[in-house]
Design a protein around this ligand. Structure first.
Ligand SMILES: NC(=O)c1ccc[n+]([C@@H]2O[C@H](COP(=O)([O-])OP(=O)(O)OC[C@H]3O[C@@H](n4cnc5c(N)ncnc54)[C@H](OP(=O)(O)O)[C@@H]3O)[C@@H](O)[C@H]2O)c1
Length: 335
């Protein structure tokens, strides 16, 4: 396993980490279900193969994911890095069981600690921006919790570039604890973060934790334009696709991935994950699985790299159109 620094922090994380959004026996949104015995197998295999980071959130199956992750880690729970999140709606009827207020963050953190059976969280992440709370209130609360020892590092998720820059500037001005990670969607079918988020993170020292690197399983080889959507896959469970990409373009990319996979005697998932791994701004790829078999497939991309030529080819066929002002800045950057 390769380990990379989490942004400009001293923390080293495995380049592949495990996402616990699927750790639910009851099901949550389109994630599907997993039996506890399968979760246990996934966690054991991951740790045995060098994974040292596990990601969950308070809202994943409304706390069940944190409970099952804590249970499966058992006595090893203090030997791995646990990342969780706050922001989502935990109770529709309670207006304060959501968001990034001081009130909710303190309460939600205590509840996450109880569910995980931990005394502290290694990486505590703001799940997404809260328009209804002043960001200063949120950042000062996080700083207090770091000082209290309940949180080791802090990160964001799904922020826009300007929201990252504004937050870190305030942290610097007030000498508050600074964000070290940004958990963002990034895949061959979704490269939007390259324009604003990645440059902001590189400038300010945040490492990227990638979610849905396989586009929710679309880039695994089990979806094809000539076949029905497999009934046991996530795309069959979704009312409408969550990630935004053009299906036809998606199928074209899958065809190209298949050709590359053949050259390496690898699978489509392994090539798609390897392309994400080739990006130096990525600290870790949070893989989501519903079975040990899927995890074995995905971790099959650990030990080898795509050639520069193949990375360039995949870059080129999935190149997004550069929006304004990026193309303008490119034009005049040399002056
Ligand atoms: N911060 C955020 O907003 C955010 C959002 C989403 C996720 N996340 C985090 O990122 C993690 C990963 O996200 P994700 O689950 O969307 O990632 P993903 O890796 O793109 O998709 C995972 C899903 O793809 C299918 N799959 C995975 N490997 C496969 C293989 N080798 N062969 C066939 N199918 C395979 C499985 O679904 P099926 O078998 O059901 O098809 C699996 O549950 C989550 O657990 C969570 O921790 C964060």
């Amino acid at each position: 396993m390769e380990y990379r620094h989490l942004g400009r922090s001293g923390l080293r994380v495995s380049v592949f980490s495990i996402g616990a959004m699927t750790f639910t026996e009851k099901g949550w949104r389109s994630a599907g279900t997993m039996s506890f015995s399968e979760i246990q197998k996934v966690v054991d295999f991951a740790i045995d193969h060098g994974v040292n980071l596990f990601d969950t959130a308070d809202i994943y199956a409304f706390g069940e994911s944190e409970i099952l992750l804590g249970k499966a880690l058992g006595h090893r729970k203090n030997d791995v890095i646990i990342a969780t999140k706050v922001r989502g709606v935990m109770d529709e009827k309670d207006p304060n069981k959501r968001g990034l207020s001081r009130y909710h963050i303190i309460r939600s953190l205590d509840e996450s600690l109880k569910r995980l059976g931990r005394e502290y969280i290694d990486i505590y992440q703001l799940h997404w921006w809260d328009n209804h709370t002043p960001i200063e209130e949120t950042l000062e609360t996080l700083n207090d919790l770091v000082r209290e020892g309940k949180i080791r590092y802090i990160g964001i998720s799904d922020f826009a570039g300007w929201q990252i820059a504004r937050s870190v500037s305030l942290q610097e001005m007030n000498r508050w604890s600074k964000f070290v990670s940004a958990q963002m969607y990034y895949s061959l079918l979704g490269r939007d973060i390259e324009f604003e988020v990645v440059p902001a993170c590189q400038d300010l020292g945040l490492g990227i934790l990638v979610w849905s690197a396989l586009a929710g399983g679309f880039l695994t080889g089990k979806y094809s334009r000539d076949r029905e959507i497999p009934p046991d896959g996530r795309y069959a469970r979704m009312e409408k696709p969550f990630l935004r990409f053009d299906m036809e373009k998606g199928y074209f990319v899958i065809d190209e991935l298949k050709k590359i996979a053949e050259k390496y005697d690898a699978t489509v998932s392994q090539v798609a994950l390897n392309w994400v791994k080739s990006k130096p701004f990525v600290s870790s790829i949070i893989v989501g699985v519903r079975s040990l078999e899927q995890l074995k497939d995905n971790l099959g991309s650990v030990e080898w790299d795509l050639s520069e030529e193949d990375v360039d080819y995949l870059d080129q066929i999935t190149q997004p159109v550069r929006p304004y002002p990026q193309w303008f800045l490119d034009l005049f950057a040399h002056l």
